[in-house]
Design a binder for this molecule. Structure first.
Ligand code: UDP
Ligand code: MG
Length: 311
């Protein structure tokens, strides 16, 4: 029988873990395959780890990994993928915003061979602040314009993948991880399932607007170098414009002479150019910092304790 590994990243989720397990049990029993749940504790401060330990003692299908500190959801997903032994691997949030009831259908679809992966997207974003939906919608439009790696609007990390695809994702051992881009970059045939937005079962979202902004920068710098070209193009355009302006001023002075005027406009131009230069340097700095972190080859995560140690 096939084995399905379900990776569940958790950060301060003591309330949601038992609810999640309760919902997963009937699904795992009904599905026509063996299942293992790999809980990844992403450096939680609350009783998340002890909840995981309880489950792993009670149910042999439950495993856990606990990080030495908070490394982020991307690192937790990667750690889970490294440990997953399944023929099929699922990534799923613990807060039930990724409905476990969809899993049997997703499994049937990949198993039938019509696709290598079944991914999910939200058909609406009810319950989310308007500004957040607006920013997120425009982020997707923007990144799809400037990158060859296409992202689907409203895509969740919730998906099932065949072993080949998981191995491909594991080969991408980059430090700055952006899973949505990585899943798209590796290719394979992906089918999309839609579902309506579900509210969290308990607790609160861990994403602040600032973190989402950082996350979108990760996506842009990880999968497109277009901003660097934009910086170069801006440089060329402004050189051209300034050349024409110089030509104009020289000719005007030769013909009409030059009373001293135009100080305010000069200051505006200097400020504007200074701004553009700083922006371009900022863009370059962003890529440079990513290269710097990547070149250090630091581990993506560090495990403090896990149920695998007993083996
Ligand atoms: N998560 C994590 N590490 C983090 C942030 C989040 O492992 O640094 C987990 C979290 O426990 C949850 C999932 O990632 O299982 C999604 O987080 P959340 O529900 O806060 O995000 P949202 O659903 O609002 O996008
Ligand atoms: Mg959530």
């Amino acid at each position: 029988m096939n084995l399905i590994s379900v990776i569940v990243p958790c950060w301060n989720e003591e309330e949601t873990i038992p609810i999640y397990y309760e919902h997963m049990c009937p699904v795992m029993d009904a599905i026509d395959a063996d299942c293992e749940l790999i809980f990844v504790d992403d450096g939680s401060q609350d009783a998340t780890l002890s909840e995981m330990k309880k489950l792993s003692e009670k149910d042999a299908r439950c495993q856990y990994l606990s990080f030495s500190r908070n490394f982020g959801k991307e690192a937790a997903i990667y750690a889970g993928l490294c440990k997953a032994k399944g023929d099929y691997v699922v990534v799923m949030d613990v807060d039930l915003q990724d409905p476990p009831e969809l899993l049997p259908k997703m499994y049937e679809m990949v198993k039938s061979g019509i696709c290598d992966s079944v991914a999910t997207r939200r058909s609406d974003r009810t319950g989310e602040p308007v500004i957040r939906s607006f920013l997120s919608e425009n982020f997707y439009k923007f990144i799809n314009k400037i990158s060859k790696t296409q992202l689907v609007y409203g895509a969740r990390d919730y998906r099932i993948m065949c072993r080949k695809m998981v191995d491909a994702v594991l080969q991408m051992s980059e430090y700055n991880r952006f899973s949505k881009g990585i899943f798209s970059w590796v290719g394979f045939r992906t089918e999309w399932l839609e579902y309506e937005n579900v509210e969290r079962s308990a607790g609160e979202t861990k994403w602040s607007l600032r973190q989402l902004f950082k996350y979108s920068l990760e996506g842009i710098t990880g999968f497109s170098v277009a901003p660097l070209s934009v910086a170069a193009v801006l440089g060329v355009v402004f050189c051209g414009v300034s050349f024409l302006m110089i030509l104009f001023l020289v000719i005007r002075t030769l013909i009409w002479g030059d009373p001293v005027a135009g100080w305010p406009s000069m200051v505006c131009v200097i400020l504007f150019m200074g701004g553009i230069q700083l922006l371009c340097m900022g863009i370059m700095g962003e890529y440079l910092s990513k290269t710097y972190l990547e070149s250090k080859h630091r581990p993506i995560y560090i495990v403090r304790s896990s149920s695998y140690e007993k083996e």
